[in-house]
Structure formats: C-alpha cells, structure tokens
Design a protein around this ligand. Structure first.
Ligand code: PBG
Length: 323
C-alpha cells in the first residue's frame, strides 16, 4: 500500500495539523430573546439554557458574552398580545421594547455587533411575516412595513439588518430605503434560502409568534428544493445583500454548499431552535455527549461553507472552552 490515509490521523498533533475546518468565536452570532419588564429572565421550555431577558438583564448577558469574546448578537422580541395588530405597527414605534433594546445595547456596548430581525410575525396579530388579507399574504404591501421597520432599526443603531420574512423584492426595497435615509453603511444579511421548516417550533414558543392560521408555505421555501435556493440567493445578491443566509442549517448543508459555490459573498447559516432543542433533549436523556455533538454540528456547518453561524450554542461553547 502506497497510500495509508491513517498516517495523517495517528496523533493528536498531526490530526490538528491537517484539520481543514475550524470554528472560532468570530464566526458566531448569538440570538437573544427580549421580553418586557424588569429583572426578567425566563427560560424557554423547549430550549433548555436559553432565556428571555428584560432589557436590564439583556445588558448583563451581552456584557458576559463580550467578556468571553462573543461579540455579535441577533435580537428577537417577545411582544405582548396587546401590542400586536394587522400591520405590525409596534415594529417601528419609537418606544417599542425592541427599539429600546437595540438602543440600550449599542449605547452601553458600541463595540458589539447588533443584528436585527426584520419580519412582521412577532408584532402581527395574524402571526404571519406579511400583511394578511382574506387569508392571503400580501407581498408588495408588506414591503412598506418592512422598510419602516428596517429604518427604525437603523436609526436605533443596528449594525446588520436581517430580513427573515421571505417576501419578494424586500432586500432591494430595504437597501433603497436605508440608502435614501443616509444609512448606506448599515449592512443587510438576507435570509435568502429560508425553508418552511418544522424546526422553528421552539422559537415560536419563545416569542409566542406562531401563525394564527395556516402555515408559511406560500413564502418560505419547500424543503425539497435546492435549485430554487440559487434563484433566491442570486436575487438577494443583485438587490444589494451583504450576506446570504441559509436556514435551517443542519438539514440543509447541501444548500449552504451550493450557495457558497455560487457566490463571492459570505454565507451565513442559522442553526435554528429545533436543531438546538434536539441536541439538548438527547443530552438530557443521556443519549448524546453534549460537547462532541455540539462541536460536530457547528464544524459541519462551517465545513459546508458557512462563514457565520447563528447559533444558540454560541455562549456555551465559549463558556465551556469547547473551541
Ligand atoms: C420569523 C423568524 C423565525 C425564525 C427567525 N425569524 C421563525 C419563523 O419563520 O416562523 C426562526 C429561528 C429559530 O427557529 O431559531 N421571521
């Protein structure tokens, strides 16, 4: 035998020398849930170790993450039902929970990178990402709301705006809205290939944002489709996106790879709530080794081609020094 691939695996030093893929703190974005009130920290039942924070505790959490070297955060609000309406007007109200939270984080920690989520669902009485009329999700009318929301985020100090709604044309619309208002420096991380996935369940529990009727299949993609992801990614690139995101991550590694091979833009992947919940549930049952399973998942997402990973594991991997 001339070739014995096992030679390159014979010691820890050599294994590390030939390792092709690494995960580092710089690649991680930590999603954080926000709730109204003071001194609140409530665990999401389906996401052990993940909490909804009131703004005061959010600042403490961001501080402790920054001290660990985790510097990017994606914020999501849990909005009380009283503030939800058909047009998601709460999403751009100056004193809303979300805008106050963005301002507070950027004021206290200007060095933190704040990613904000643009979509109507947390604020919509219908629980959908767009305006609902006679059971239909309206596309072009929704763009106007998304534009106002994105602008409000930019004014509050957002570094990166991440539209997760899957309406057609929203990246271009938001880009123009931001540019016209003098926010050409604010980035857009587009959820380009976002699938109608069962793995968002725990996130919808966290935010109480599940659709009140039907599903999201007329705007989120069919999990069976790969080539369609390229159409979405190409459009977002042409419309001015700075990052192209694939979501979920684990069941869509082929899509991450495909998009990576077809763009020069950095690709992001969202290791979603249900993917986190699966691992935690198995670990709690003693069925998986937590560190190994978590690092294998994150490494595989990087190996597939993701530059940035949005993951609920972000803090624990640094706290436990798993990297
Ligand atoms: C909503 C949004 C969702 C997630 C991020 N933004 C859920 C949905 O589309 O219903 C899911 C994130 C996760 O599951 O971790 N616009």
């Amino acid at each position: 035998m001339l070739q014995r691939p096992r030679r390159n695996r014979k010691s820890e030093v050599i294994r590390q020398m030939v390792q092709e893929t690494h995960v580092s703190a710089a690649n991680l974005i930590f999603p954080l849930f926000i709730v109204d009130g003071e001194n609140q920290k409530t665990e999401v039942a389906s996401m052990p170790g993940i909490f909804r924070y009131s703004i005061d505790n959010l600042l403490r959490e961001v501080d402790s993450c920054l001290n660990l070297g985790l510097k990017s955060f994606d914020l999501f609000p849990n909005i009380h039902d009283d503030f939800k309406d058909k047009y998601a007007t709460e999403s751009y109200r100056e004193e809303s929970l979300y805008l106050r939270a963005i301002r507070a984080v950027k004021k206290e920690f200007p060095e933190a990178c704040v990613v904000t989520d643009v979509a109507m669902d947390p604020y919509s009485s219908d629980g959908h990402d767009g305006i609902v009329e006679n059971g239909e999700i309206l596309n072009d009318e929704t763009l106007e709301v998304l534009g106002k929301m994105a602008l409000a985020h930019a004014r509050s100090g957002a570094d990166i705006i991440a539209p997760s709604d899957m309406m057609d044309g929203r990246v271009g619309y938001i880009r123009k809205t931001l540019d016209d208002a003098g926010f050409s420096h604010v980035s857009i991380m587009s959820y380009s290939a976002k699938y109608a996935s069962a793995f968002y369940g725990p996130f919808r529990d966290a935010l109480n944002s599940a659709p009140k009727f039907g599903d999201k299949k007329t705007y989120q993609m069919n999990p069976a489709n790969q080539r369609e992801a390229l159409i979405e990614a190409n459009l977002d690139e042409l419309e001015g996106a700075d990052f192209l995101m694939v979501k979920p991550a684990l069941a869509y590694l082929d899509v991450i790879k495909l998009i990576k091979d077809n763009t020069e833009l950095p690709v992001a992947a969202y290791n979603v709530s249900g993917e986190y919940a699966m691992i935690k549930a198995a670990v709690q049952n003693g069925w998986l080794n937590e560190q190994r399973a978590t690092m294998e998942v994150l490494t595989s997402i990087r190996r597939a081609g993701a530059t940035a990973i949005l993951t609920y594991h972000a803090k624990e991997v640094l706290l436990n020094k798993w990297l």
